[in-house]
Design a protein around this ligand. Structure first.
Ligand code: MN
Length: 230
């Protein structure tokens, strides 16, 4: 009998071939299964309390990539270059984050995940990096990579086993004001925050990254998450 722990993975709705479907990139499934976990896809179209209820059955939470967070969630008005938003997804993921914190569950937050986590804890976002914070690093090109500097002594450094990394980058938003409960632990060369974790070292295992480790098959992050979940 398997004892592999299960984790909730947020799965958004997408229009595919003219029909709305619940979708999840298989890269997340492969990365989590390889790390010894059972990923349970939870539709983010669920009512917030239903989504949060799903956490009762699992040992961790993975927040996946996707739409922009609705700016109203952090007290901003929409920028002209704001992308698609899904307020229902925002509500479901905010409820999942609150429930995970209440149960002190490990959280791995990826791309949009770092953004919604920051907003959940009181932070704000750049709605469009190119127009609000133009810099030397290309963050939006799916085919490009950029370097990140990792904070020495951070949970991220211990998990990756490295103080620098080359990461993929396909985000047009990023953390603007960091939530008080978080600390930045990785930056691109232009200073954009690329990873965050709890400021309180006694907090449950939480790593949030702006890149897509599932596509890099960056095993260290998923294995670190799995150790925290087990
Ligand atoms: Mn980037």
């Amino acid at each position: 009998m398997s004892t592999a722990p299960a984790v909730v993975v947020t799965a958004p709705r997408r229009l595919v071939d003219g029909r709305e479907r619940v979708t999840l990139n298989t890269a997340y499934v492969k990365a989590l299964e390889s790390a010894g976990l059972v990923p349970l896809a939870i539709p983010t179209m669920l009512a917030a309390e239903r989504a949060a209820a799903a956490l009762a059955a699992v040992q961790g939470l993975v927040l996946t990539g996707g739409e922009d967070v609705a700016p109203a969630r952090y007290g901003a008005t929409p920028h002209p270059r704001l992308g698609d938003v899904d307020p229902v997804r925002d509500a479901a993921e905010l409820a999942l984050i609150a429930a995970a914190r209440a149960r002190r569950l490990p959280v791995l937050a990826i791309c949009r995940g770092i953004q919604i986590l920051n907003v959940a804890l009181g932070g704000t976002l750049y709605q469009d990096l190119d127009s609000e914070r133009p810099g030397s690093v290309v963050h939006t090109d799916e085919t490009s990579r950029h370097a990140v500097r990792v904070e020495p002594g951070s949970l991220l450094e211990r998990t990756l086993g490295a103080r620098s990394a080359s990461v993929n980058s396909r985000h047009h938003q990023a953390i603007r004001d960091l939530a008080p409960a978080l600390k930045a632990v990785a930056w691109a060369e232009d200073g954009v925050i690329e990873a965050a974790e709890p400021a309180d070292a006694a907090a449950p295992w939480t790593v949030a990254v702006q890149w897509h480790p599932e596509d890099l098959t960056e095993r260290a992050l998923f294995e670190g998450f799995a150790r925290a979940v087990a």
